[in-house]
Design a binder for this molecule. Structure first.
Ligand code: PMP
Length: 446
């Protein structure tokens, strides 16, 4: 197995308070120029990033446990990716695949056919963002089935465009006052083992949703079901075993398109190429983005040839979709993931992190649940002795970690989940140092 190489020293090192002077100055400038509606999780500005570290404009080196929300799995400046980007940019940055096509797009589509679940004949179409991929998966499903209803689930996150806001469950901050939303979206209960009634199996949770779908919508109106195989923004919720296979099998036998939204879970993040692989689930359509291109904006829908080829010529596309520089980055990213055996590396991260967090959970009463898969791991924080969400503590813990030089993100419908999404190339020592800090903060704050 090739070992990762690093350009920057892989260490946590603080040269100033967080944020430092230059970051504070940029924050002041930003207030006069950048829309207030765009938030940032950390108060520092990036100057450089590589492997498991982000260096800010004041020279602070932070351990990265966020990967720009599960994007830079190969690191933020993997040499293969940056070289491929530079080489392609020096030849041409854009022609528009809908005008003058190029090989990179075709090559990415071939690779996606190979690595996504299922041996069937597949086709792909490329876009710029996760939300755009989801929108297009729904377009394809509606056209191919001639039906209009779409089922999304509690705790789902699918994006911020009008249709994907409608699919997303959480009101604040994603949907509040942005309506009216797209019609014909129905929300069903999913599977949340920590909060579901105890003993409920995945199969039973799926049957519960299926019976509601049959009663409330009717299968002959239903185009698609969309599910994140591990729900991301909703709280890193791993459905109970059996939930996804039951739902997918029911969809298949009723002519309903099963869309797996793997925008956050895809590309080695959960210890396999895709999270669906863990239970052998083969989606009809799969949406991808984030980890696909090492930080360059690219997204894709891959799925059954008969679904994608049902769409008339010109029905799918966009000016920038499958940009040649982003395609070059994706090809280099996929190659790096194979060379560095990143699915195995994600599984190793799980074995390094989860036992430590479980030991901690046995001692710290505010840790309600430790869960996740591969390098998509989370701690759900509660009020001691209950399962009541503890968003205040979650916020305080994240702020404290960031001030100590560990970049960590939160998530969850109730705002009470600390999530770990390190670059998959992070070294064991650096990861272990980040866990030391996390452990110390959780012990003192709880
Ligand atoms: N689907 C899922 C599962 C996601 O996690 C996200 C992003 N967090 C999206 C869709 C939207 O992706 P983007 O922000 O690239 O539009």
């Amino acid at each position: 197995m090739t070992e990762p190489t690093y350009r920057l020293a892989q260490k946590r090192h603080l040269t100033s308070a967080i944020p430092g002077q230059r970051s504070l100055e940029l924050t002041a400038r930003r207030r006069t120029a950048v829309a207030a509606g765009v938030g940032s999780s950390v108060p520092v500005y990036a100057a450089d990033a590589d492997g498991g570290v982000i260096v800010d404009v004041d020279g602070n080196s932070l351990i990265d446990l966020g990967s720009g929300i599960a994007v830079t799995s190969v690191g933020a400046s993997h040499p293969g990716v940056t070289a491929a980007v530079a080489e392609q940019a020096a030849r041409f940055t854009h022609t528009c695949f809908m005008v003058t096509p190029y090989e990179g797009y075709v090559h990415v589509a071939e690779q996606l056919s190979m690595i996504t679940p299922g041996e069937h004949e597949k086709r792909s179409v490329l876009f710029n963002s996760g939300a755009e991929a989801v929108e297009n998966a729904v377009k394809i499903a509606r056209l191919a089935t001639g039906r209009s209803a779409v089922v999304a689930f509690d705790h789902a996150y699918h994006g911020r465009t009008n249709l994907t806001m409608a699919l997303t469950a959480k009101n604040v901050p994603y949907k509040s006052h942005f309506g009216p939303f797209a019609p014909e979206i129905y929300r069903m209960p999913g599977s949340y083992p920590y909060r579901d009634e105890s003993g409920l199996t995945g199969e039973q949770a799926a049957e519960h949703a299926i019976s509601r779908i049959e009663k409330q919508i009717g299968t002959d109106s239903l185009a698609a079901i969309i599910y994140e195989p591990i729900q991301g923004e909703g709280g890193f919720i791993v459905p109970a075993p059996g939930f996804l296979p039951t739902l997918a099998a029911w969809a298949r036998s009723n002519g309903v398109v099963f869309i797996a939204d793997e925008v956050q879970t895809g590309f080695a993040r959960t210890g396999d190429w895709f999270a669906c692989d863990h239970e052998g689930v083969v989606p009809d359509l799969i949406t991808m983005a984030k980890g696909i291109a090492g930080g360059m904006p690219l997204a894709a829908v891959t799925g059954r040839a008969e679904l994608l080829d049902a769409v008339h010529a010109g029905g799918l596309g966009g000016t920038y979709g499958g940009n040649p520089v982003a395609c070059a980055a994706a090809l280099a990213t996929i190659e790096a993931m194979r060379d560095l055996k990143l699915p195995a590396r994600a599984r190793r991260i799980e074995t390094l992190v989860v036992p430590r967090l479980q030991r901690l959970a046995a001692e710290v009463p505010t840790i309600g649940d430790v869960r996740g898969r591969g390098a998509m791991l989370a701690i759900e924080l509660v009020r001691p002795g209950t399962d009541m969400p503890n968003p205040e503590l979650t916020k305080a813990v994240a702020e404290e970690l960031i001030s100590q030089g560990v970049l960590i993100l939160t998530c969850g419908t109730y705002g009470n989940v600390i999530r770990l999404l390190p670059p998959l190339v992070i070294g064991d020592e650096l990861l272990s140092e980040a866990l030391d800090v996390l452990e110390a903060v959780l012990r003192t704050r709880s």
